[in-house]
Design a protein around this ligand. Structure first.
Ligand code: CU
Length: 151
């Protein structure tokens, strides 16, 4: 469950927001909740909800699913990089071949650097250090590599 206001996730406002809450969501599904009330906008005199409103509930859930994923994109990331070497310089590189993310930060020996960036696309991006002491292999070639997963 999250506390994101539905009005920020849906292209609806006020009473036209029919779902009450997002219980959960992930890459493939969303689980929403509605408590049927007798005084609801589309409630029948007996307090029930007509079946056709179910289509709108599904549509609003789909819109909320898109809204949740849109909200996750563009969230800033802050990393603190700490070099524990006394001589060897390193760097921190993230490059998306598609161009959505490009980060390159030098981290001098013994220094701490706070790095901020905002991934805009989901994906798995390689993280590495490309420093080298010629003619030795690069740090990446020696295993200084990882992955950043943006969901
Ligand atoms: Cu390095």
């Amino acid at each position: 469950m999250n506390d994101w206001p539905l009005a920020e996730l849906l292209p609806h406002a006020g009473d036209m927001i029919l779902i009450d809450r997002i219980l959960s969501f992930d890459e493939e599904q969303i689980h929403t909740r509605l408590t049927v009330k007798s005084d609801g906008l589309f409630s029948l005199p007996d307090g029930s909800l007509p079946a056709w409103v179910g289509i709108e509930l599904m549509a609003q859930s789909v819109a909320a699913f898109a809204g949740c994923h849109a909200r996750l994109k563009g969230k800033p990331v802050e990393l603190t990089l700490k070099s524990v070497t006394t001589f060897t310089p390193h760097n921190f590189i993230i490059k998306d071949p598609g161009g959505s993310l490009s980060v390159e930060q030098d981290v001098s020996a013994g220094k701490i650097v706070v790095l901020k960036f905002t991934p805009m696309q989901p994906g798995i991006f390689p993280i590495y250090c490309d420093k080298r002491l010629w003619p030795l292999p690069s740090h990446r070639d020696k295993g200084m590599e990882g992955k950043l997963e943006v969901r």
